[in-house]
Design a protein around this ligand. Structure first.
Ligand SMILES: Nc1ncnc2c1ncn2[C@@H]1O[C@H](COP(=O)(O)OP(=O)(O)O)[C@@H](O)[C@H]1O
Ligand SMILES: [Mg+2]
Length: 208
């Protein structure tokens, strides 16, 4: 059996797509294929006109650093680093001078509503704030495609609403946001709903 089979989806900047479906329906697999983390056994994933399957591994890694950011249910923040340092890390890993990386980190933290929180350690932040740090980190380097896998799975409904609201704002600023979520609240914020079942796209509806 294939985890994802016969799916066909096109997405463009400014969309907020909610991939919806039961556990095991293939949402995570589909996101990982879009990110170039997994490669399909057949078919192709094309990002900015480039089929991921034709790229060298190094180019796929570069795509994930420069174009596609990912957010998960668990934020994977480094507990010993401040929020600002966590966001700056991917830029420093790419060779940006520390000062430049921290300057961009400050801009992104402000963008996600965390101005003034850069000096805090992850444990000094709420679950929703930690997730915002993860979103800021996923956007470093001017990345315009944000893939989020159950980003509100560990949050209460108030924090979940604020995260979905932030993702909606980012999409209205021109990002492409694709969220895998079984949280029905996601549908209130998405511009398009794509329902999956048993690895297939069951249907797609434009919401607004
Ligand atoms: N690493 C793996 N190896 C084998 N099967 C997997 C693996 N990851 C997921 N699957 C299977 O692929 C299908 C889709 O899983 P997944 O993409 O995680 O769904 P969802 O995110 O919607 O819960 C499920 O049947 C799951 O059991
Ligand atoms: Mg999943």
């Amino acid at each position: 059996m294939n985890a994802v089979d016969n799916v066909d989806m096109a997405a463009k900047p400014g969309e907020f797509i909610c991939l919806f479906g039961h556990s095991g329906s293939g949402k995570t697999t589909f996101l990982n294929l879009m990110a170039g983390i997994d490669l399909p056994t057949s078919g192709s994933i094309v990002v900015d006109g480039e089929p991921l399957g034709d790229m060298a591994e190094d180019d796929r890694i570069r795509l994930r650093r420069e174009t596609i950011g990912m957010v998960h249910q668990t934020d994977f923040l480094i507990e010993e680093f401040t929020a600002a340092e966590n966001v700056a890390l991917p830029l420093e890993a790419r060779g940006f001078p520390a000062n430049d990386a921290l300057a961009e980190s400050a801009v992104l933290l402000e963008r996600v509503g965390l101005e003034g929180y850069g000096g805090r350690l992850p444990r000094q932040l709420s679950g929703g704030q930690r997730q915002r740090v993860g979103i800021a980190r996923a956007l470093t380097g001017g990345r315009r495609i944000l893939l989020a896998d159950e980003p509100t799975g560990a949050l209460d409904s108030k924090n979940a609403a604020s995260i979905f609201g932030l993702l909606r704002d980012l999409c209205e600023e021109g990002a492409l946001v694709i969220v895998a979520s079984h949280d029905p609240m996601c549908r209130e914020y998405a511009t398009r709903l794509v329902e999956m079942l048993d690895g297939r796209v069951l249907g797609s509806a434009v919401l607004c």
